[in-house]
Every structure is written in C-alpha cells, then in structure tokens.
Design a protein around this ligand. Structure first.
Ligand code: ADP
Length: 249
C-alpha cells in the first residue's frame, strides 16, 4: 500500500496535511503518533471510508483512490476497529463466517449456475473458517454466543473474522486497547504468525511503544496530520520531534 500526498479536512480542520506512507509487502508496519494526530483518518482514507481531498492511494500496482470500502475489501484489505464490532446473538462460528462475505458476490454468470456456485463457495468457506478457528485456538468456544465469552476472546474472534477474508493487507486499529498482559502477548504472537504462516502484510496502529519496537519492521510517526519521523522503530521514536510530540500530549 502506498499513499502519496494525502490531504483530508473536516470543515476547517486539516486532519491530514500531505501524508506519504509506504507499507511494503510482507511487512509489519506501525502507524503511531499522539491522540488526534490523524492515524484513524489515514486508515479511513486507505480503506475507502473517507476519500482524500488530495493525493493518491495505491494497493501494490492498483490505484484505489476514491474506491468504495467494499471494493477495496474485495481487493484484499481487511480491517479491525478500535472498539469490538461483533454481532451479538450470533455464535463465535457465525461471527467468523461473516468475514467471508467479501468473497460472496454472485455475478450474472454465477447466478446462472447459482447452485453449483453456492455449493462450491460453501465448501471453500467452511474449509478456510475451520482452518482459522484452529489457527486462533477457538475450537472449544465455537458454538458459544459471542457476547458471553470474555473480552480477550471476543477480540480473537474479531481477528479471526478479518483473517477468513484471506486479506493481503490486514489493518489493526489499536488491537491491544483494553487487553490484559496475556491477551496483549497473544495478539503480538498472532501478528507475527499471521505474517509468517499466512503471508499477510500488517499495518498496526498501536500506542504501546514496547510492542511497536518489538514487532514492527518500520514505522511512520504522525503528529498534527504530518509525518514527523519514519523508518526503523527504535531510531524513529528516539528522534527529538517525536519525543516532543509525545511530551506535549
Ligand atoms: P488519531 O487516530 O491519531 O487519534 P484521528 O484521525 O482520529 O486521530 O483524528 C485526527 C483529527 O481529525 C482530530 O482532530 C479529530 O478530531 C479529527 N476528526 C477525525 N474524524 C473526524 C470527523 N469524522 N469529523 C470531524 N473531525 C474529525
């Protein structure tokens, strides 16, 4: 994913003032910065929720600037939100299955052969869902209503739902917020395994600098809608502008 010269305003507020970000294939990339620096707005631009006022977004070779979120999702970009976005009343399994919806698009031709298509789809969906349930160790609670399981496991369900879409790029917006130490470690492990075992490129928004320095290959630091540092995490966060931006919080 490469973003060049991204600008985005809300009324008179310039939330992004010409941001360049490049996430390379296979990377664990960190997007950091104090509250209100523009991280979530940037992710909303990347995923099509907000079209930029200026600048271009490319997903590898394809220009996706201004595309709607569903089209970008179909190209292989999945996302989790800061607050859990699960469907209460549905089981863990059904919540995870919902992540497959990006692949369920009956074209005119597919409708013609709908039943053959549906059956094949069903088999493919079940295979990947079973695989991810194993990968995330959710076998024992698959039939539980999602709202009855502990919050840490709910987060795991959300990650599983993102992963069954078989994304090329997975964007995680503060996945460790509100998690205890054990759950944070699980999520860090998950990120590393998702890259190693499933070849997923990760863009991580994260406040915990220890996590960022431990697992990210490169980072970009935003402050007031501008890039103030980028590169290898330890070097980037040690720069005076970054320390200043965080002290000013
Ligand atoms: P971060 O994710 O780094 O905390 P945000 O991207 O959420 O920062 O916000 C950047 C700035 O844009 C903030 O000043 C915020 O108030 C503003 N902002 C974000 N989204 C909206 C919106 N939908 N309407 C108005 N202002 C917004």
């Amino acid at each position: 994913m490469s973003c060049v010269g991204i600008e985005r305003s809300f009324g008179g507020l310039r939330a992004l003032k010409g941001v360049d970000i490049e996430v390379r294939r296979g990377e664990i990339f960190g997007l950091v910065g104090p509250n209100g620096s523009g991280k979530t707005t940037m992710v909303n631009v990347m995923t099509g929720f907000y079209p930029p006022n200026k600048g271009r977004v490319h997903l590898w070779d394809e220009d996706i600037t201004g595309m709607p979120p569903a089209a970008i999702a179909r190209l292989g970009v999945a996302r989790t939100f800061q607050n859990l976005a699960l469907f209460k009343g549905l089981s863990v399994l059904d919540n995870i299955l919902l992540g497959r919806h990006v692949h369920m698009r009956p074209s005119a031709l597919a409708s013609l052969f709908y039943w053959v298509w549906a059956e094949r789809e069903e088999i493919a969906n079940r295979r990947i869902v079973e695989e991810i349930i194993d990968f995330m160790q959710l076998q024992d609670i698959r039939d539980e209503p999602v709202e009855t399981i502990p919050i840490g496991l709910q987060k795991r369900v959300e990650l599983a739902r993102a992963l069954v879409a078989e994304p090329k790029l997975l964007i995680l917006d503060e996945p460790m917020a509100g998690m205890n130490q054990e759950e944070k470690e699980y999520i860090a492990r998950f990120i590393l395994d998702a890259r190693e075992e499933r070849g997923v490129t990760i863009l991580l928004i994260e406040h915990h600098m220890d996590v960022v320095t431990a697992i990210c290959d490169r980072i970009t630091v935003l402050s007031y809608g501008e890039v103030i540092a980028e590169g290898e995490p330890r070097t980037a966060i040690a720069q005076p502008r970054v320390i200043e931006a965080y002290l000013g919080q």
